[in-house]
Design a protein around this ligand. Sequence first.
Ligand code: C3B
Length: 809
Amino acid sequence: TGKEVWPKGDEKVWKAGTRGVDQDVSDITKSFVNHVQTSLARQAYNLDDLGAYQAAALSVRDNLLVNWNETQLNYTRKAPKRAYYLSLEFLMGRTLDNALLNLGLKDKYRKGVEQLGFNMEDLLEKERDAALGNGGLGRLAACYLDSGASQELPLWGYGLRYQYGIFQQLISPEGNQLEAPDPWLENQNPWELPRLDVTYEVRFYGQAERSGSGNGRAAWTGGQEVLAVAYDVMIPGYKTKTTNNLRLWESKPKRGFDLNSFNAGNYEGAVESSNSAAAITSVLYPNDHTTFGKELRLKQQYFWTAASLQDILRRFKNVGKPITEFPDYAAIQLNDTHPTLAIPELMRILIDEEELSWDEAWKIVTNTFFYTNHTVLPEALEKWPVPLVEHVLPRHMQIIYDINLYFLQAVEKKFPGDRERLTRMSLIEEGYPKQVRMAHLACIGSRKVNGVAELHSELVQTTILKDFVEFEGVSKFGNVTNGVTPRRWLDQCNFELSDLITKTLKLEKNVWLKDLTKLEGLLPFAENKAFRAEWAAIKQRNKERLARHVQTTLGLEVRTDAMFDVQIKRLHEYKRQTLNILGVIHRYITLKGMTPAERKKSNRKVVFFAGKAAPAYYIAKLTIRLIVNVARVINADPDTKDFLQLYFLPDYSVSLAEVLIPASDISQHISTAGTEASGTSNMKFCLNGGLLLGTVDGANIEIAEEVGESNVFFFGHLTPAVEDLRYQHTYHPIPIEEKCPALANVLNQVSAGLFGDGAPYEPLLNTIRQGDYYLITDDFDSYIAALAMVDEAYLDREEWIKKSIRTTA
Ligand code: C3B
């Protein structure tokens, strides 16, 4: 009718009881004390920092909820087209500081907790990271959520509520990575809202019987039924009331007990099904860029996509439109191929339950999904064994075969007689066993396909999906270069720099924090000496903050009158932490060969590494071991320790990144050309005035275009050369002593025991000596030359600061 009718009871009483967002310090202290007393059942007498953090978090959550409720009601009323981001990983990090920033309540909360005898910094440190992700892909999802809410877009995330996030990394006395569980929900999680009333059933196994009437329908029955329970996480936008939702599913048994077995005295059998249901969301798989074909992982993927689709469809049905209009109300972004089962699942719902024809259903599906590819590395492209899919999801296997049949018929029509093309493009890869190629399914089931940086998107179109571009036309394929939220990655983690920028640009902070092109206004200030001094002083204080952090967590003394050189990311051969550590060894050997007078003239440097290795990735773990043991020797060597220090910081996390990034003078992004799809920490370092040392790869290229090539340090072979070089390694290998004597010397010193027994490192060193798939031997000399240019540039400190300012600008 256009006129609102009050739904229940006395409108005035409702309105009088409605909670607003806290505005005054006294409102804040009241709600804090109230939570201490009622939610936590504690008092001033027994409230420690952890308790105070919890009270503050609960009180902030109340504010988020007010906005969240309003936002959701608004969406329901206006029924806009909604975007859904399906991601198996959301690497959120901490929430309290971010929520305060976005609500604009930071200062007031600081004052409030101070009045109650606490220090805000201490409380913030008590929060555990929500680490439901492995690395770049998961953090990108988290940044997109912040961005979506800040731009007031009706965007919801869907993921899994893992009991255990990414493992905690410990380093053994020998320097080996050890993994410990991350029970992040142990102390309760104030940021989630259990929605025990929002549940869906999800089926596994059983039988799928075709109806036999030729309409393509089937009945899927039997097997195991599991319940998905919703947990909602509020996602506040920056300086807006828009507060979006991240819905995470937890699995639980549909029935707590099988009473029949219980009565028969079989208690273990009775609880067995409940154990396996709960197992689905128990742990995040810690593999980055590799797939293992584990049944539980397949169950995770289906459980999550099935629950999310039911939820999305229910919301759509409330709008009251015919199902054919679904794509006008929902766009579903697939974060990598992990949620690709959503494609056959939506087909199943539309055909078997909504009783649409195949063509009607396929039209809806292919207008609903959008697929983002995040890597072209072959080992990361998901494939599921056909027998496994048949067993766990019999109906979906039928549908995938049907999709494949129609698809290959269309390909055959366009390219008659091209059998090889059909083999290449098929959704099913031949072999023992046959495998379902998820990237092919995601591609043909989606309306658009994108890569995550210009070079990467180009590679997607010319390598792994080349046939699909030829078949479907290039307009379906595009590029969306990754981004990072400047709220967390500048304002929060580097507030001093943020304040200086605000003061200098003479703009409200919320203006440039929502429009980073405004940073260009800093360019002229690179020429201003006083400004440069302020800029450099902030970098220095950030280095001191990092040094304090290392001191309190590891008890180590980091010198801060040196250049800070940082490489932090998952350990992987393609990311080439090996190149970096071999470069450090080269530097050490060179320093050892100098006279004390020569050394004095050299650039002082502290090198930081951090990152986790997949628990089963042997070579990556050896790299960690080598770094730790090189550090032990270098940091203890009286000849060199004033000029070169090396640290491996254990248990890399979002929170640790927030301390490391603002302190970096230079960061390394040195993947073999063509292997790093984008990288996102490269953007974060640059935003914080850290210079970039890298290969011509991923988003490094676009960054260099923006900051100017004279402000970045590029080295190494380019993408088009990589294939040829690998061919040469295999068919015309050159002995390493001949090809790269400096590197040969480094490898020999490691073998000979310069850093303790060399034998354990042989498998790692042999990956370079033989095959050298990631081109360490080809890029080593130009890498060392680039490092020398970095040193030289750093010695001219004023010029360096100019570069730093220009990089941010
Ligand atoms: C990563 C890529 O390795 C990065 O280059 C990229 O910036 C991010 O995704 C975000 O797009 N990635 C990942 O973290 N895990 C994968 N399995 C594949 C790619």
